[in-house]
Write a protein that binds this ligand. Structure first.
Ligand SMILES: Cc1cc2nc3c(=O)[nH]c(=O)nc-3n(C[C@H](O)[C@H](O)[C@H](O)COP(=O)(O)OP(=O)(O)OC[C@H]3O[C@@H](n4cnc5c(N)ncnc54)[C@H](O)[C@@H]3O)c2cc1C
Length: 399
């Protein structure tokens, strides 16, 4: 039986492990973090200051544990140019995750006001497709802390299936090195152990993956995007928006998106003026930023370019107009500092991996956000899952 090591258990790692298990490949999945109940995932945030604050989690399930459950296809044009067709995989993923918009019962007053305000300004804000089971979801605004009712799809769903099949999951296993001999991968090292396998699939996320690739002598991490975002918001007394489903609607601008979003940082800044959490209404402005960052062994940096700043300014101005139209007092409008929740591009297709996600080292593959050729500017989980499924199919065809 063929054997594979998967490094990391987030969006890419869980998917590739589950799919390879279906093909009866013996999988050992090594995860640096450990298993936590979904509602405690917020304790696993492992953020970095890289010029913007970069949000990610280290635990079983990776950053999927804290998503808002947003489900959109991304980077379609780029994949077309690269000759990669993900249609079949997207359809599989959307079916398995039950992607769809939530029923009207799950739309709160704040989100509805923002949708109406957009419409009256001639901007079309649609319901956001989600991978959330509406019968389990009681809107509470806690998605990004870890769902208290386990209503949202996370990588744990795929990992449970993989574990029932041929996958062995080892937690607290921090992979520090990839081993190769004569141009072919042989396994990986953790501080206490060496693991050997025919294939290694690195899915440690866009910050750690390039570092691991470099441990095998490859060049990676020369570019980085993070989908920089801010939340623009202000006061609308007693709107209770902080308890609504996060990001339940979507406006697509040119190189940016807007989505209803509560940020505690806004509440903190407006507290001295007598406002509380229940009084805040906000919109996330997320941009398709330039690949102007980099990941080195001891440094991660993402500097915003003039393009990034221009798009952010346009998105923020549009957000301000919608919020004012929705009833927010314009004098209270402000923005959070810039953050990023979608790091990627550090082992891009066409640069570090080929169209089959293989590196120059035979048998060494990458299947996480690192391989995205350009910033999606919108939620990437579906795309990472589709790419990981495609990779597993490819591996199944190898001798
Ligand atoms: C607050 C928040 C909300 C988000 N909401 C959405 C959303 O609604 N929809 C969407 O599509 N996207 C969303 N995202 C983005 C999405 O979660 C990530 O893009 C996605 O999870 C990235 O997948 P990945 O496989 O690249 O990395 P991850 O999911 O981060 O997985 C990497 C895994 O590798 C492990 N690891 C790292 N280094 C090592 C090592 N050396 N050895 C072993 N294991 C290691 C980590 O612990 C982790 O488990 C959100 C992100 C954040 C922060």
């Amino acid at each position: 039986m063929k054997s594979a090591i998967v490094v990391g258990s987030g969006a890419g790692g869980a998917t590739v492990a589950r799919e390879l298990s279906k093909y009866e490949i013996q999988v050992t999945l090594l995860e640096k973090g450990n298993r936590v109940p979904p509602e405690k995932s917020h304790q696993c945030y492992d953020n970095l200051d890289v010029g913007v604050e970069l949000l990610k989690t280290t635990c079983l399930g990776g950053t999927t544990m804290v998503t808002a459950g947003n489900a959109v296809r991304t980077c379609q044009k780029e994949f077309k140019k690269l000759g990669i067709d993900l249609e079949e995989e997207f359809q599989e993923v959307e079916g398995e995750l039950g992607v769809g918009t939530l029923p009207d019962t799950h739309f709160g007053e704040g989100t509805l006001k923002l949708m109406e305000a957009s419409s009256s300004l001639g901007l079309s804000m649609e319901k956001m497709p989600k991978f959330i089971e509406s019968h389990k979801c009681v809107p509470c605004g806690m998605c990004a802390m870890g769902c208290p009712r386990n209503a949202k799809w996370t990588s744990l769903n795929y990992l449970e299936e993989a574990e029932r099949s041929t996958t062995q999951i080892i937690e607290n296993a921090h992979v520090t090195k990839i081993m190769a001999k004569n141009g072919r991968v042989t396994g990986v090292k953790t501080p206490n152990h060496e693991y050997k396998a025919d294939l290694v699939i690195v899915c440690a996320g866009a910050i750690e993956t390039p570092r691991l690739l470099r441990s095998a002598g490859l060049v990676a991490g020369e570019h980085l995007f993070v989908d920089t975002f801010v939340t623009v918001g202000g006061a609308l007394p007693n709107i209770n928006f902080h308890q609504e489903v996060s990001m339940n609607a979507l406006y697509k601008g040119h190189d940016y998106i807007l989505a209803p979003h509560y940020s505690g940082l806004l509440a903190l800044r407006l507290k001295p003026y007598g406002f509380q959490e229940k009084d805040i209404l906000g919109l996330m402005v997320k941009i398709r930023d330039d690949l102007s960052g980099c990941v080195e062994d001891n440094v991660v940096a993402k500097n915003n370019t003039s393009h990034d700043i221009g798009v952010m300014a346009e998105g923020s101005a549009t957000a301000g107009a919608i919020l004012s139209e929705a009833g927010v007092d314009p004098k209270t409008l402000l923005s959070t500092p810039a953050r990023g929740a979608h790091p990627g591009g550090t082992a891009a297709i066409g640069e570090v991996v080929d169209r089959n996600l293989e590196t120059e080292i035979e048998g060494l593959f990458v299947a996480d956000a690192s391989v995205l050729p350009r910033a999606p500017g919108s939620p990437p989980v579906l795309t990472i899952l589709a790419l990981a499924k495609r990779l597993a199919k490819h591996i199944n065809t190898l001798n």
